[in-house]
Design a protein around this ligand. Structure first.
Ligand code: C2E
Ligand code: MG
Ligand code: MG
Ligand code: MG
Length: 289
């Protein structure tokens, strides 16, 4: 038995897994320090209303400033999310940075929406609303949008509904992020009625391959229109993506076609420049969906 468990151990902890554990320990150890040192910062990706021809908002996307450069979240967020205390620290940092950004941009861009991502573990944490209040310091939450993945909202739909009401009371909006990647149905969305739904970028990739995208987008757009919320298309990379999105009846987009995530200074420059010209095609009649 000892022998076989020994063999199991060596397959369980092969080189790749050992490396993953090191990086996990490394993240847990150095992430709080990085926060204290101001190495965890946010880049901004514009959200564009194509029909209105203007930038309506920005999403704050976390970056870890290290010697090797700006590290995107894919490598460390999964680790941070495994530690409730860490994901909460990051969320609190994002909340206070969002308030700071809103103050900084309030004079030039008073109606700009500022979106931030909150991990499921923080969103469903008993102290989440206290953390929101601590960041707001008595001010209204107007203009701030909390993005949470559909996973979090499905894990606890009732609690999500209550938090959604409490956020609304404070003036903040709720956005359902990465919609379409999980298991949430339009039924669930109709119950929750978020202020915004972000259709995951993977949908855009499948649109390019002409699957039944029109039906998905058409029904989601109908639902958001009827309930007075917004549908944002993520992962819009090409002019043809924008045109497709418009033909399906969409208008709000976020994606590399308009801009990648950038620093605040670059965003100010971006905002001052005109957007690329987009011809508005007619919306498909419903019978073509
Ligand atoms: P997300 O919230 O869905 O953010 C959108 C991601 O798609 C961003 O990646 C963005 O750079 C990328 N993206 C935007 N447009 C395009 C495009 O046209 N094509 C492609 N291929 N990608 C595009 P990023 O910054 O690497 O963030 C990845 C994920 O990490 C985010 O997905 C979010 O789930 C998480 N994340 C980012 N910032 C935070 C944060 O502050 N807190 C938490 N808890 N999670 C965060
Ligand atoms: Mg997001
Ligand atoms: Mg998303
Ligand atoms: Mg995503």
């Amino acid at each position: 038995a000892a022998k076989s468990s020994g063999r199991n151990r060596s397959t369980l902890f092969g080189p790749e897994i050992a490396q993953a554990m090191v990086s996990r320990v490394e993240t847990r150890r150095s992430f709080p320090l990085a926060l204290e040192r101001g190495e965890i910062l946010f880049w901004l990706q514009p959200q564009v209303d194509v029909r209105g021809g203007r930038v309506e908002g920005v999403e704050m996307l976390v970056r870890w400033k290290r010697e090797e450069g700006m590290v995107p979240p894919g490598t460390f967020i999964p680790e941070v999310e495994r530690e409730p205390a860490l994901i909460r620290k990051l969320g609190c940092h994002a909340l206070s940075e969002a308030c700071r950004l809103r103050r900084e941009l309030s004079a030039p861009l008073p109606t700009l929406r500022i979106s931030l991502n909150i991990g499921a573990g923080h969103f469903l944490h008993p102290a989440f609303l206290d953390d929101v209040d601590a960041a707001l310091r008595g001010e209204t939450g107007t203009g701030l949008v909390v993005e949470v993945t559909e996973g979090a909202s499905l894990e606890s739909p009732e609690r999500t509904g209550r938090i959604r009401e409490e956020l609304r009371r404070r003036g903040l909006e709720l956005s359902l992020d990465d919609f379409g990647t999980g298991f949430s149905s339009l039924h669930h969305v109709a119950d929750l009625l978020p202020d915004e739904i972000k259709l995951d970028g993977s949908f855009m990739r499948s649109f390019r391959m002409r699957t039944n995208a029109f039906a998905v987008v058409g029904s989601t757009l109908l639902l958001t229109d009827l309930s007075g919320s917004r549908l944002v298309g993520e992962g819009i990379e090409h002019r043809s993506d924008v045109e497709l999105w418009l033909r399906m009846g969409g208008s709000l987009v976020q994606g590399y076609f308009f801009a990648k995530p950038m620093s605040l200074d670059d965003f100010k420059d971006f905002y001052a420049r005109p957007l690329p010209e987009i011809a508005l095609p007619p919306v498909y009649p419903v019978e073509e969906l």
